[in-house]
Design a protein around this ligand. Structure first.
Ligand SMILES: *Cc1c(COP(=O)(O)O)cnc(C)c1O
Length: 379
């Protein structure tokens, strides 16, 4: 699904030099690279505060702790996402409230959010799924109206831009009260181990969060709040410093591959190509509304699982993200849910398939992958 080796070969010298610096100065934790990376990412996102941490799941949890959410508070998020999002809500003894998504973009449905709001609702967690921003303008309006926090899960969306109706553009992760991201190796900005970060423009919240990631310490050995130990190590920061300048180039390469897949599948009635909010389908050279963390098709009137098996037989990797709705997972089931509230997710889990998508895909690979799929479907 990804080609981390091919990508590394293209940046080997820079990465090696950057890692060697850490080895030479032995500041493995909180070394200068961590601080430098933080500053560079703040500039890239045009945001006031980036707080690095150990992974994207921690980032979400720490964001919620920083906002002071309390047991029993309800947090609304998407039914169709990776479990990390709902897991941390439950771990903090907040109440996850899962809602349905939009059929075209796979992102949380603002209408479903509004329906789920109660007197206990405190926050909304939109996930910018597969690399495309959720419908943030509508979500921010709802949050304002009901006085709710917006926590963006930007693990899959780093580098994407959201355009408001008035033409204002902002990077994802810079739209809500606070955001989280992951630097897991296969993410669009991945390190060579685990890593994550929290973003915010709020000075007080940033201060609170900087203490939480460090055992609740604001002054050495004074623990003012209950915190956690969540750090980005210096070697990972060194890798990220080498890769951040390439992020836009990498995302452009992903879009170019998406455009080629789209062209191959355009006239196949059983295949629905990814749809974006904007008219350009998110695949033009100049627009970065979609960064294609995943390239995900919807397969209609064909046995999706048989297609997966066929691709595996032909040594083509593929993934089903996600095969089970979160509301149907044992850990997150709740009698408040009604199957009729999740028509879109229940359908998507049967239809979606994600194809190899990375920075090193070449035309021949795309042709082989798409032709194998088309042959199976039209046989
Ligand atoms: C990857 C991911 C996470 C978790 O990130 P980790 O670094 O693996 O903890 C959270 N949310 C979403 C949507 C993700 O894709």
């Amino acid at each position: 699904m990804v080609d981390l080796k091919g990508q590394y070969n293209g940046i080997k010298e820079t990465v090696n030099t950057s890692i060697q610096e850490v080895l030479d100065n032995t500041a493995y934790i909180n070394g200068p690279q961590v601080h430098e990376f933080q500053k560079e990412l703040e500039t890239y996102l045009n945001i006031k505060h980036v707080i690095p941490c150990a992974n994207g799941t921690d980032a979400l949890q720490i964001a919620m702790m920083g906002l002071g959410l309390q047991p029993g508070d309800e947090v609304i998020t998407a039914d169709f996402t990776f479990a990390a999002t709902v897991e941390v809500i439950a771990l903090l003894q907040l109440t996850p409230v899962l809602v349905d998504v939009e059929p075209d973009t796979f992102n949380i449905d603002p209408k479903a959010i509004e329906k789920a709001i109660t007197a206990k609702t405190k926050a909304i967690v939109p996930v910018h799924l597969f690399g495309q921003a959720a419908n943030m303008e509508a979500i921010l309006d709802i949050a304002k109206k009901h006085n709710l926090f917006v926590i963006e899960d930007n693990a899959q969306g780093i580098g994407a831009t959201y355009t408001f109706k008035d033409g204002t553009k902002k990077k994802t992760g810079n739209l809500g009260d606070v955001a989280s991201t992951s630097f897991f190796p296969s993410k669009n900005l991945g390190c060579y181990g685990d890593g994550g970060a929290i973003f915010t423009n709020n000075d007080d919240l940033a201060h609170t969060i900087r203490g939480i990631v460090n055992h609740g310490m604001y002054k050495r050995y004074h623990h003012d709040v209950v915190g956690v130990n969540s750090r980005l190590d210096s070697i990972q920061a060194a890798v990220l410093r080498a890769k951040l300048p390439k992020l836009d180039v990498y995302n452009t390469a992903r879009r170019a591959s998406a455009r080629k897949y789209n062209a191959a599948f355009k006239n196949i009635p059983q295949i629905e190509i990814p749809i974006t909010h904007t008219k350009c389908e998110g695949v033009c050279d100049t627009c970065d509304c979609h960064v294609f963390h995943q390239y995900t098709l919807k397969i209609k009137n064909i046995d999706r699982d048989a297609l997966v098996a066929h691709l595996n037989e032909n040594n083509i990797p593929c993934g089903v993200y996600y095969p089970i709705p979160l509301h149907a997972q044992k850990a997150y089931s709740n009698s408040r849910y009604n199957e009729a509230d999740f028509p879109v997710t229940n359908q998507l889990v049967k239809e979606v398939i994600s194809l190899p998508m990375h920075t090193e895909l070449d035309d021949e690979q795309i042709k082989f992958i798409s032709q194998t799929i088309i042959d199976f479907i039209t046989q």
